[in-house]
Design a protein around this ligand. Structure first.
Ligand SMILES: Nc1nc2c(ncn2[C@@H]2O[C@H](COP(=O)(O)OP(=O)(O)OP(=O)(O)O)[C@@H](O)[C@H]2O)c(=O)[nH]1
Ligand SMILES: [Mg+2]
Length: 368
């Protein structure tokens, strides 16, 4: 493990630890990572593991109890000290729906913020079949994690599986898809390329990026760059923005056969598809062993963040009024889609979003 890297991957909760461990195996020895869970059975041989709230929960997990998971994480925040040495940016992977993935992630993100570590959270939202209680629990935590982290990318597991129907395959597909997206993101940060996106630049982008979406595509053949743009433009994972796209991060991973015209085609196509006025950062990663003959493209879209220098306010925002920039003001969560209350600042008090009904915030099931 590269103990000097400014980048740290953290997997939180049962599914989050499984995904992060998958990423670390795909990436290899040099990755700096740690798994954290209230459940001791999430530890893996040779993998750095932090047991959250061992005295409180005896290593048995929180059993879906967000409050216990938050307290357990609080008990164990000191255990992250050595993992955080020299870290500037943490990528946190988790699955919302249980207690630990949501509750502990919230406390961990707040702690990292106090330690000056920028955070980007990749989180899955439960399958529809998991039922209302898990979905409500996930939604309640989603807004709190968004507020506490620098940026957060949520994806519903239903969208990750595409049209796979077989249960076993679908569960694996969901985990694999997120793991491969995070692996690609990591390669962009850590591996050399002709157009380099250094971790410090990503830290700046992420620091005010707000909510995001991501998609990845793998393509080969004579029209691979145009095919990549086409697949990204049609991806359901990148659809349904709740606000204008303000910032685009695009990574192209390829072998030595990557052509300049292909880079141009992908960069232009992505900007055309997702917003010319968004700031645009491009990185290429040269990995001869993995990518010869094919290209992988990863796109992250954020709804806050920097604007492009050449943005024309009048055209981008009719009337010339820009949406306000995301701030770290605890009372300001940034504009979000809320139906008729679209772009209204939510009311956050003591870490709770008071615009979310109390029965959702407190996980109370109503008999209706
Ligand atoms: N695709 C997939 N998703 C899973 C799997 N296990 C859990 N999930 C998802 O992850 C969410 C959280 O579950 P866990 O990770 O088990 O919960 P936890 O964070 O460990 O929380 P507690 O165990 O309640 O403390 C679930 O609601 C599911 O949406 C799995 O094997 N495959
Ligand atoms: Mg668990």
């Amino acid at each position: 493990m590269n103990a000097n890297s400014p980048l740290l991957l953290v997997g939180v909760g049962g599914a989050g630890s499984a995904i992060a461990h998958g990423v670390s195996r795909a990436f290899g020895e040099s990755m700096r990572y740690v798994l954290a869970d209230t459940d001791a059975s999430s530890s893996r041989p040779g993998a750095p593991f932090i047991l959250l709230g061992g005295d409180r929960l005896s290593g048995h997990g929180s059993g879906g109890d967000v409050v216990q998971a938050r307290l357990a994480a609080e008990d164990s925040l000191k255990s992250f000290e050595s993992a955080l040495e020299g870290v500037r940016l943490a990528v946190i992977v988790t699955s919302l729906g249980g207690g630990t993935g949501g509750g502990a992630t919230l406390e961990i993100v707040k702690h990292f913020d106090k330690r000056g570590v920028a955070t980007i959270v990749f989180a899955t939202l439960p399958f529809a079949f998991e039922g209302d209680e898990r979905i409500r629990r996930a939604r309640g935590l989603q807004s709190m994690i968004s507020e506490a982290s620098n940026s957060a990318v949520y994806v519903s597991l239903d969208k990750l599986i595409g049209d796979v129907d077989q249960m076993d395959l679908a569960m694996r597909r969901a985990v694999d898809t997120l793991a491969s997206a995070v692996t690609l993101f990591w390669r962009i940060l850590a591996k050399p390329g002709y157009i380099r996106l250094d971790p410090e630049r990503v830290r700046k982008i992420v620091a005010k990026a707000g909510r995001g979406r991501f998609a990845t595509v793998n393509v080969q053949g004579p029209n691979r760059s145009a095919d990549a743009v086409d697949a990204l433009a049609r991806s359901p994972l990148l659809a349904a923005a709740t606000g204008p796209v303000r910032s685009i991060l695009c990574g192209i991973l390829a072998g030595e056969d990557l052509r300049l015209s292909e880079v141009g085609c992908i960069a232009e196509g992505v900007r055309d598809a997702f917003g010319r006025r968004a700031s645009f950062d491009l990185a290429t990663v040269n990995d001869e062993e993995t990518f010869t003959g094919r290209i992988s493209v990863v796109v992250l879209l954020f709804e806050s963040g920097e604007e492009s220098d050449d943005a024309d306010d009048e055209k981008a925002y009719p009337g010339g009024k820009r949406p306000s920039k995301r701030t770290k003001n605890p009372l300001a969560q940034g504009p979000q889609g809320r139906g008729r209350f679209n772009n209204v600042e939510p009311t956050v008090w003591n870490g709770e979003d008071l615009d979310v009904p109390a029965f959702i915030r407190r996980n109370i099931t109503l008999d209706v």
